[in-house]
Design a protein. Structure first.
Length: 101
């Protein structure tokens, strides 16, 4: 039992930093993403408060698939446009991985 507990603890410690890392997006890619939501007139979703990286979005927030024009690095994510920010989300956990302002 102690061995199992130690193994589980080690996994949490090792995985912790990986789970909290944000996606690194170059400034020119941020511009492409922001221009997309403006050009395509993506309808903003009204959130109760400003979201931060690591926050979990509620189930009632509709996540959209990332368009191919954003590049292959973003295909595994979904996004929501708040009117001020584009929020990249891990769809399996609904956890915010990056906020593009």
């Amino acid at each position: 039992m102690k061995r199992l507990l130690l193994t589980a603890t080690a996994l949490v410690v090792l995985a912790g930093p990986a789970l909290s890392q944000a996606v690194v997006i170059a400034p020119e890619q941020r511009k492409v993403i922001k221009e997309y939501v403006v050009k395509e007139k993506v309808r903003p979703f009204q959130l109760q408060s400003r979201v931060t990286v690591g926050a979990t979005l509620p189930a009632d927030v509709t996540l959209s698939p990332v368009p191919e024009t954003w590049g292959p690095a973003f295909r595994s994510y979904r996004y929501v446009y708040t009117g001020d920010d584009v929020v990249l989300v891990d769809p399996s956990s609904r956890r915010v991985v990056e906020v593009i302002d």
